[in-house]
Design a protein around this ligand. Structure first.
Ligand SMILES: C[S@@+](CC[C@H](N)C(=O)[O-])C[C@H]1O[C@@H](n2cnc3c(N)ncnc32)[C@H](O)[C@@H]1O
Length: 229
């Protein structure tokens, strides 16, 4: 991710309260983690090795580590502060995670039995997103699953405005002051390179992922699983 995205993942304001805020602002987040674990476990063996891209905060790492006591993880994230938060949230479970500060190129070659990238790809512009997804693909074993989830909604001007207003309404219903919610969607509209669901699927398919299926739709968020051939 370049330095020109809408969020600085290193500011104290962003990092503190991250876990509580994310759980409120992403519909069904705990279930998203549970479904991710189940989808990965359909293919990954008990002692599997899992790549977690955008691992900062450690929420999905924690959920996956609790679901599968023998999986080992490589967690990749460019933000030292978000990685530190992940370590803190994992506690003793952190002993099963090797952390890598950086982007996908900092990840080991694998090959991995499975990979995830949650709440992260929507920050990446088109070209970087394609390269990142392809680089995940190259690190997987044949047949391995890749689970992604992030903001994804139709992006013609009127569709985009409608879905952003719906997200503002969701934030407000979750306790965010209305003016702040409007500010958030203003930044999203200007700076977040959200793709349509069709474009998201195409990025996975162009990188070589097969049998791509939507498994999660939480208002503006969508999640897919795809498999390396
Ligand atoms: C909204 S957080 C999501 C963290 C975690 N996956 C979760 O679901 O709670 C986005 C994370 O992606 C990281 N990030 C940003 N750009 C990235 C990139 N190009 N590759 C990997 N991680 C990235 C940020 O540092 C941040 O920790």
């Amino acid at each position: 991710m370049g330095a020109d995205t809408m969020v600085s993942f290193s500011t104290p304001e962003y990092v503190s309260g991250y876990v509580e805020r994310t759980a409120r602002f992403v519909p069904g987040l705990r279930d998203l983690h549970r479904m991710t674990g189940l989808l990965l476990a359909e293919r990954a063996p008990a002692g599997g090795r899992v790549l977690v891209l955008g691992a900062g905060g450690g929420m999905e790492l924690r959920a996956l580590a609790e679901m599968q006591p023998e999986w080992r993880f490589d967690g990749v994230d460019p933000s030292p502060e978000m990685l530190e938060l992940a370590r803190a949230n994992l506690g003793a479970l952190a002993s099963r995670v090797t952390f890598h500060q950086g982007y996908i190129d900092s990840a080991p070659d694998g090959p991995f039995d499975a990979a995830t990238c949650l709440l992260t790809l929507h920050f990446l512009k088109d070209d970087e997103r394609r390269k990142t997804v392809a680089a995940v693909h190259s690190r997987l074993k044949p047949g391995a699953p890749f689970v992604i989830a992030h903001h994804s909604f139709p992006n013609s001007r009127s569709d985009k405005d409608r879905w952003l207003q719906r997200y503002a309404a969701f934030l407000t219903a979750a306790g965010v002051p209305a003016a702040q919610a409007q500010g958030s969607i203003g930044s999203m509209k200007e700076l977040l390179p959200v793709m349509s669901p069709e474009e998201d699927v195409a990025v996975l398919q162009e990188s070589g992922f097969l049998d791509v299926e939507l498994f999660y739709a939480g208002f503006t968020f969508k999640g897919w699983v795809g498999y390396k051939a």
